[in-house]
Write a protein of this length. Structure first.
Length: 147
């Protein structure tokens, strides 16, 4: 006798993963009731351009004085603070999606860069870092001597 496999919905293993994502999404922007879930990470785009790398970070509401940028030859470390704006005593939340407070983000670069040649600009809530590619010294020849 042949059997026909019938399934309703997704497999159970996929359901568990989807449930975790759904719960994480549900509590990410809840607001005042779940303040520990309000950590945020700035959105970024990284482009490899002729002669280096362009990194663009969305940092709306962050004062440049509250922003730290550290660059090494292979990574960029952004950290800072976005202040919450003052609200009156009679304010009731209907939707709270914007996260405030500290943030930190480390991204690794697609090519080695020269940290000392970096330039940064901040306009309309976007940080633009232009990073020059590190000059390759090429292979280094070592003289071998007999003892």
């Amino acid at each position: 006798m042949d059997f026909i496999k019938i399934s309703f919905g997704r497999p159970v293993s996929g359901f568990t993963a989807d449930l975790g994502k759904t719960l994480e999404h549900l509590f990410t922007g809840v607001g005042p009731r779940f303040p520990l879930a309000r950590d945020w990470r700035p959105q970024m785009d990284i482009y490899e351009i002729p002669g280096g790398v362009l990194l663009v970070a969305e940092l709306a509401g962050v004062d440049p004085e509250n922003l730290t940028v550290e660059i090494s030859s292979d990574a960029v470390h952004l950290s800072g603070f976005r202040r919450d704006f003052p609200k009156g005593p009679d304010v009731r939340f209907h939707l709270a999606e914007i996260a405030y407070g500290r943030f930190e983000r480390v991204v690794y670069l697609p090519v080695a860069v020269d940290p000392e040649a970096a330039t940064a600009s901040f306009e309309n809530g976007f940080l633009r870092l232009t990073l020059a590619a590190a000059k390759s010294a090429g292979p280094y020849r070592v003289e071998v001597r007999s003892l």
